[in-house]
Design a protein around this ligand. Structure first.
Ligand code: GAP
Length: 514
């Protein structure tokens, strides 16, 4: 665990050092849980968004996109349930005056038991060596069995309290488990209270006439309230989907793990409108398609897991998360939910407008059911970054840090380097950049030794380096170096475009989704 923490710290500082992610407002000591994307981060993020957008709108002729406003009529959030129920349970420590999420304190306590179990297993593995039967050990070791029992009981009690919204019981668990404030070390806790996560602001010029509006906590409601606009103007027939990418805001109490939980973040959401009764079939279809989308990136199939929800929100009839193996554990990156007709019905009720669809095949009107796929851009970015980072020990004692980013997501696709800064090599290199730059993000680099220049590109995940040398002037060939294998091949300048394109285009990912 400690080792994983170290790796994660290195990834966070690498992200800053190489222009991927900066803490927001850093010269003013930062703003908690808010981050800025740098020159490389923004390109990487745009590529993730492009991959998602194209997978939705190009590959599905029945999905179209929109871009709705962040500000929306406040009644929308009443109808959606966010005003009344978009809460986290809060608890304060009276001595440190620090505020915590009660559920996170308990989850951390559960994680401590997990750590103890893993330590026992690791100790036994060391003791028994090759003959170690881990499954057998987990089943039969008395200490492990006790810990597992303790964990299960705690987990069950915690889940019940959360599902029942029982704040007193959450506090009682914290007391019973003797959980202390990490700052003061005391157990001097307040009651647990609900805290609404939406940011509020005022719209209008005078204090009297101003209206309270919210910064949207999800992009989905912008899709629901535009359902009829898109359906009518696009002459869409059910089943069809509406996709959107945009900012969302949540006043998260516990903000940690870098860009995993932010107060301002970006979502890519798609609502797929279907006939009532057909929703579970479509839920299964989208569940499979979304995992395929993730796996096509080649980050490692074994790093993904579905987490099917056992307890469902009252309006949902199926839900699953796609979890990804982050350095700090398996974590939700995307949610796929069958939301019945809850949202459209609520908007119909609160707006007083008819939001029904007339199905010409059935010759009847109904409120469509909805399958939602909802993925955080920043979490996706983090999963790509974490699984790409590697410190490699090279032959001859050299070291390199390399980002094995999927080539279509890399911020820079190729770097062109003259071997020396004379003899017409820079001019020839510039000429090559001048051609490639129309299709690929291309760097020109002539500073330092060629080895150092390769390392700089490895560190930002550039899939290809192109070296121009004296032979280039004679036969129009260059050295093409591949990032992961570091293999160098001599290729004609005329072939560069195709060679690079085949590896770095978003199309190469989309084709895997057929
Ligand atoms: N419309 C459904 C919805 O918003 P959600 O599970 O609350 O569902 C969907 O959020 C996705 O948005 C999550 O799977 C996650 O990737 C991302 N997300 C949610 N809260 C986030 C936060 N505070 N910071 C970064 N990403 C977040």
């Amino acid at each position: 665990m400690a080792q994983q923490d170290d790796v994660f710290k290195k990834i966070v500082s690498h992200a800053k050092e190489y222009g991927f992610v900066f803490p927001s407002s850093e010269i003013y000591d930062g703003l908690s849980a808010v981050y800025d994307y740098g020159q490389n981060g923004v390109e990487n993020k745009n590529n993730i968004k492009r991959y998602w957008w194209d997978a939705m709108t190009l590959l599905h002729e029945n999905i179209v996109g929109i871009d709705s406003a962040i500000f929306m009529h406040p009644t929308i959030w009443k109808a959606s349930g966010h005003v009344d129920a978009f809460n986290d349970p809060l608890i304060d420590n009276r001595d440190s005056k620090k505020r915590y999420r009660a559920d996170v304190l308990i989850e951390d306590d559960i994680a401590k038991i997990d750590d103890k179990i893993e330590k026992e297993v690791a100790k036994a593995r060391k003791r028994f060596g090759d003959s170690f039967d881990e499954a057998m050990f987990r089943q039969t070791n008395e200490r492990v069995a006790k810990l597992v029992e303790e964990r299960e009981a705690l987990h069950e009690r915690f889940s019940k309290a959360m599902n029942d919204g029982n704040l007193d019981e959450l506090r009682q668990i914290i007391i019973d488990r003797e959980i202390v404030c990490p700052i003061s070390g005391t157990r001097n806790w307040t009651e647990v209270r609900q805290f609404n996560l939406m940011f509020k602001t005022e719209m209008g010029s005078t204090a009297d006439g101003a209206m309270t509006v919210y910064l949207r906590p999800e992009t989905a409601q912008g899709i629901f309230v535009n359902f009829l606009n898109v359906q009518k103007t696009g002459r869409m027939r059910i089943p069809f989907g509406i996709a959107q990418i945009g900012k969302a805001f949540r006043n998260e109490i516990v903000a940690r793990q870098f860009i995993f939980r932010m107060r301002e973040f970006e979502q890519m959401e798609m609502q797929f409108f279907v006939r009532p009764g057909e929703e579970l079939k479509w839920f299964q279809t989208w569940k499979e398609f979304r995992l395929k989308w993730h796996k096509a990136l080649g980050l490692g199939d074994e790093k993904y897991r579905y987490h099917d929800h056992e307890k469902l929100a009252h309006y949902a009839n199926a839900a699953t998360d796609i979890e990804f193996q982050m350095p700090f554990g398996l974590k939700e990156v995307e949610g796929i939910h069958s939301r019945t007709n809850f949202d459209l019905s609520q908007h119909e009720k609160f707006s007083g407008k008819n939001i029904k669809y007339f199905d010409p095949e059935l010759n009847e009107s109904y409120t469509p059911y909805v399958i939602e796929t909802s993925i955080g851009v920043d979490r996706m970015f983090l999963s790509v970054l974490c699984s790409s980072y590697e410190e490699q020990q090279l032959e001859g004692g050299d070291k390199r840090v390399v980002l094995h980013l999927p080539a279509p997501l890399a911020p820079v696709k190729c770097a062109v380097m003259p071997l020396v800064k004379k003899d017409g090599l820079p001019e020839k290199a510039r000429e090559i950049v001048g051609e490639l730059k129309f299709d690929f993000s291309t760097h020109y680099d002539e500073k330092d030794s060629i080895g150092k220049r390769y390392r700089r590109q490895d560190a930002i995940g550039t899939p290809f380096c192109i070296t121009v040398d004296h032979q280039t002037l004679e036969d129009n060939t260059v050295t093409l170096r591949e990032r992961d294998s570091m293999e160098q091949t001599r290729v004609s300048v005329d072939d560069l475009h195709k060679l690079i394109h085949d590896r770095v285009s978003i199309n190469s990912l989309l084709r895997k989704l057929k």
